[in-house]
Design a protein around this ligand. Structure first.
Ligand code: SF4
Length: 215
């Protein structure tokens, strides 16, 4: 993406918006999203100073925020926070879905930048499917979907929701929450083998240097 011609005031505003963070997570809470990606990275995010966001990432966030707010606000039930209390440790897991659509389907909007890859794969990534499954489980809603819209086309992918795959997901996120919880208590990043990051996660990771120097 070439952002060279973006006027200075727009660049400054987008960068400032992305670097302004007044969100205070609840104590003893992990987000469902952070548990589905590299736990080692989450450990660094939680224990090291926040790194400034670059312009390309900031533009990506900005576009997501604007579109999410605009679309979600067309539905009465939007930006709904869902929380699950772990059974194995004193931690809650939460996340927000975008809206419940006109057919009572939990809908999560994802970046239009992903549309090309999703079309090619024919399915959203597993973490995206698991996020929607988590929201459905927490709300006892039997249908969920991931939606992409890039201004030219809109694609919706249903997510399979069964008792079995919901139970498996809860087991998985509880065990991942335990790994992160133990690491934070011990002051030591989770073992890389426990995290199994995708190659792209390491490639885009802000903590690549810290992670590899520790290894
Ligand atoms: S470099 Fe890879 S393994 Fe290390 S924290 Fe980042 S995503 Fe995780």
């Amino acid at each position: 993406m070439s952002l060279d011609n973006l006027p200075g005031p727009i660049k400054d505003s987008i960068i400032a918006e992305s670097n302004f963070d007044n969100y205070e997570a609840m104590p003893n809470n992990f987000s469902i999203t952070e548990l589905l990606y590299c736990l080692r990275k989450k450990y660094y995010q939680k224990t090291l100073p926040k790194k400034p966001v670059d312009l390309e990432t900031a533009v990506h966030f900005h576009r997501g925020n604007v579109w999410d707010k605009d679309f979600s606000s067309k539905f009465k039930r939007n930006q709904i926070r869902c929380t699950y209390r772990c059974r194995n440790i004193p931690v809650s897991i939460s996340g927000k879905f975008d809206f419940l659509d006109e057919n009572n389907i939990i809908t999560d909007l994802k970046s239009p930048a992903d549309l090309f890859y999703v079309e090619r794969a024919g399915t959203p990534s597993l973490p995206y499917q698991k996020q929607v499954r988590f929201y459905c489980y927490c709300n006892a809603i039997p249908q969920g979907q991931v939606m992409y819209w890039n201004g030219a086309k809109c694609l919706k992918y249903p997510v399979e929701i069964t008792e079995q795959n919901c139970n498996e997901l809860i087991e998985e996120i509880e065990s991942r929450a335990l790994i992160l919880w133990n690491s934070l208590h011990d002051g030591k990043a989770p073992n890389r083998q426990l995290c199994n990051p995708e190659a792209w996660e390491c490639k885009k990771c802000d903590f690549f240097t810290e992670c590899n120097s520790e290894a």
